[in-house]
Design a protein around this ligand. Structure first.
Ligand SMILES: Nc1ccn([C@@H]2O[C@H](COP(=O)(O)OP(=O)(O)O)[C@@H](O)[C@H]2O)c(=O)n1
Length: 410
């Protein structure tokens, strides 16, 4: 049975367009606040919208963005401290939204892979503490304002954000772009298939139906929990599920041979090291990575002719770290550029060690995920993007739309 995730944006996004100019007259301005509680950090997005007149739908004017590290899951055993980090970020909202608007400005937090991976009671305790912070704040707290988002919606809402910001949702052509999001704990792929075969051959739950302007889009969308960049590090080191084995050293040929250190993720610390008496390098590392990806990641029937994919989050960060793209402007790459760069970094580990001892591991994982995971061709174009019109490419904007109109996700 295929899932029918239904996101009904009927008519509501029509005139929500990115807009860079301030209104000249006394147009009505209103705000939305979305927290992204990710596995590696917590972020706040404060969006300013303008409604020109009551009949018209609003335009997006501006975003204020702030982030802190580590994420909520690092506070699994001290939930009040986790909630404190949220209350610190809340100051950004108070400084951005005028006091008179506080009580009608919705405050929402959605947690992703970090909390999905925690034992349920620990995740619940964190969310309850955050709920208390929200309840004590002067903002408008909708029902279900603090929650763990499901992975499919994470992918769909990032797709909505990117296609909205790039103007694809407004054009009649139905041309859209796919998205690739690589977080710390999970990774998402979402695109609009051209061929019916892709839909028919998709595993159960990989197709999401979604309405927009009375049109139905059937998206291919999946979130792989445990295949984020940080959890992939754990998996390749054999440390996934071995949390708390403090005496054990986890080794991989993806790390510099003489490297040895403590590494923390999700509230646990691991001893990690290279193969002191063994070998390191791209080929061996890639072989290790195949075990993390093969049989786990589905290859959609069609990825050959789907047009361009927008890639962000860790895809972007690592492309910057290796000099593939400029840190502020981003750029267009081919899948093979990641492979070339991974080879260079892995075969000259000492040269890149100062950037990060994990750079070979990360670049090889990205290459392996794209090629042997999703099955992209070497010449598929990836648009590496952090911001479009000064707005973050993330699911957060798509998720904020939900709170202004009757955009129900079932
Ligand atoms: N608005 C955002 C959100 C995340 N990110 C990046 O996304 C990566 C990690 O995502 P995450 O911690 O939310 O991971 P998940 O919990 O989604 O797996 C980091 O590289 C962040 O810097 C970003 O660049 N901009």
């Amino acid at each position: 049975q295929r899932s029918a995730t239904l996101v009904d944006f009927s008519a509501s996004l029509g005139q929500l367009r990115p807009c860079l100019t301030r209104p000249a007259n006394s147009s009505h301005i209103f705000y939305g606040v979305m927290f992204d509680a990710g596995s590696t950090g917590t972020r706040i997005h404060v969006y300013t919208f303008i409604r020109k007149n009551p009949e018209e739908l609003p335009v997006l004017d501006n975003e204020v963005f702030h982030s802190i590290k580590p994420g909520l899951s690092a506070y699994a055993d001290m939930p009040e401290m986790g909630a404190y980090t949220v209350s610190e970020l809340l100051k950004v909202a108070k400084n951005t939204v005028p006091r008179l608007e506080w009580k009608r400005t919705p405050l929402v937090l959605k947690a992703t892979a970090g909390l999905r991976l925690l034992p349920l009671e620990k995740a619940k305790a964190l969310l309850e503490q955050v709920q208390d912070v929200f309840d004590e704040s002067p903002f408008y707290i909708p029902d279900d304002s603090v929650s763990i988002m499901n992975g499919t919606n994470e992918g769909i809402l990032a797709w909505v954000t990117v296609n909205f910001l790039t103007g694809h949702l407004h054009s009649k052509t139905r041309k859209t772009v796919g998205i690739l999001d690589l977080g710390g704990g999970s990774t998402q792929i979402t695109f609009l298939p051209k061929s019916k075969k892709t839909i028919q051959n998709s595993p159960a739950g990989y197709v999401a139906r979604f309405h927009l302007f009375n049109l139905t889009y059937e998206l291919y969308s999946h979130s792989y929990l445990g295949n984020g960049l940080m959890t992939a590090r754990l998996a390749v080191l054999g440390a996934l599920g071995n949390e708390g084995l403090e005496w054990k050293v986890f080794r991989s040929s993806c790390l510099p041979k003489k490297f040895s250190d403590d590494w923390s993720f999700g509230g646990h610390t691991y001893k990690v090291s290279g193969m002191v008496d063994g070998y390191a390098g791209y080929k061996l590392c890639y072989q290790e990575m195949l075990k993390v990806v093969k049989g786990v990641v589905n290859q959609p029937h069609e990825l050959k002719d789907t047009g361009i994919f927008y890639a962000f989050s860790y895809y972007y960060d690592r492309a910057v770290d290796t000099g593939l793209i400029d840190g502020t402007r981003g750029g267009t790459l081919e899948v093979r550029d990641f492979k070339k760069s991974a080879k260079e970094v892995c075969n000259k580990m000492s040269k890149y060690r100062s950037v990060s001892p994990f750079l070979c591991m990360d670049m090889t994982y990205i290459t392996c995920l794209l090629k042997d995971g999703f099955g992209f061709k070497e010449n598929t174009l990836l648009q590496l993007t952090k911001k479009v019109n000064n707005v973050e490419t993330s699911w957060a904007l798509g998720a904020t739309f939900n709170h202004f109109r009757n955009l129900n996700i079932h």
